[in-house]
Design a protein around this ligand. Sequence first.
Ligand SMILES: Cc1cc2nc3c(=O)[nH]c(=O)nc-3n(C[C@H](O)[C@H](O)[C@H](O)COP(=O)(O)OP(=O)(O)OC[C@H]3O[C@@H](n4cnc5c(N)ncnc54)[C@H](O)[C@@H]3O)c2cc1C
Length: 394
Amino acid sequence: MQVTDVVIIGAGAAGLMCALTAAGRGRRVLLLDHANKAGKKILMSGGGRCNFTNLYCEPDNFLSANPHFCKSALARYTQWDFIGLVGKHGVAYHEKKLGQLFCDHKASDILGMLLDECAQAGVELRLETSVSEIAKLEAGYQLQTSAGLLSCTSLVIASGGLSIPTLGASGFGYQVARQFGHTLLPTRAGLVPFTLTDPQLKALCTELSGTSVEDCLVSCNGQSFRENILFTHRGLSGPAILQISSFWQPGDTVHIDLLPHIDLPEWLAEQQRERPNSELKTLLAELFTKKMAGLLVDSWFVNKPLKQYSPGELKAVAEQLADWQLVPAGTEGYRTAEVTLGGVDTREVSSKTMESLKSPGLYFIGEVLDVSGHLGGFNFQWAWASGYAAAQYV
Ligand SMILES: Cc1cc2nc3c(=O)[nH]c(=O)nc-3n(C[C@H](O)[C@H](O)[C@H](O)COP(=O)(O)OP(=O)(O)OC[C@H]3O[C@@H](n4cnc5c(N)ncnc54)[C@H](O)[C@@H]3O)c2cc1C
């Protein structure tokens, strides 16, 4: 049986950060993953360029049933700490927009950096290793793995959530939490595209598939995000839609202002005064693509010269464009979701150490916990911060 100080299950973002930091403190660390490669999600992230943190990271950027939980870890390992690590390794990066930092070259720069740090600190990384049984010892844990028996003083669960099973996601962390008496909050896909079944809506989205509309205001359940939306064959995607999906529950109506930067009643009244013979389709083609203007008018309005619109009709046009209401049929689910909402209830975990309040020596970090970030580098920042916090105590 191999005896070590710390076993970390899951060599993703949180597990790698925890491993390199704990080993840097002189702990003997064994990092296990059932996949054939560490950090697969890091490699896929940010369209292959990894949006590794956000300049404006704040606790308000996170969703959790216990909103205060993330504050302590985020304050002790900030975006500036991770930017410092990136700088130390000479990884080139840039701000794309809204404080989102991306690699100039490839996401593998970030993974390479973390693996280098792990190797330098003496972390033992074991891939293609699965854990079939965990038993609590008087002091520590014993694990039955595909590579034999292990025992450790501290056991860290960093196995992530359910999103994208093909990248190694599994419900393992939730099973361990349940085994040791933890409460699990219901999980669902977050940062995920919407699907539509209403035939008219679906036809509109299919026709416009690939069209992006810049600067829309998307709202649901008291939350709003102002960003692009993208029409897809299945429904709607794009940053504003992904963001709002984390706040959406089945049956909820989503409100989309397609032109938040324009005072529409005023603009339409002006057009009616100055270009009374122009048709609505022609005018809207100045705000959207010609194809989109045509399809929107055919779906929602009657196309005619503006002088023929009554004040009530013009008001209805303005209202529809500023408040397009739709009820998504669902989401694309874990197959494409960037995160899993819900998970291990943080009220049973120490916000200082990430240690279980139910079973001493057991730690939970990263996405397996009920902490999910907005789109924009916040989820990685949570993985870094929670991994770092646990590493101080394991
Ligand atoms: C396509 C995509 C793009 C993303 N882009 C961004 C982005 O640009 N910026 C951002 O901030 N966030 C992004 N995210 C979210 C981010 O990747 C996650 O929030 C983050 O990786 C969570 O880190 P984690 O270490 O908790 O889990 P993960 O990174 O998912 O790591 C979990 C690890 O545990 C392993 N594992 C699972 N089950 C077992 C088991 N039974 N036994 C052993 N090992 C196991 C997995 O193989 C995996 O290596 C993206 C997510 C996806 C899916």
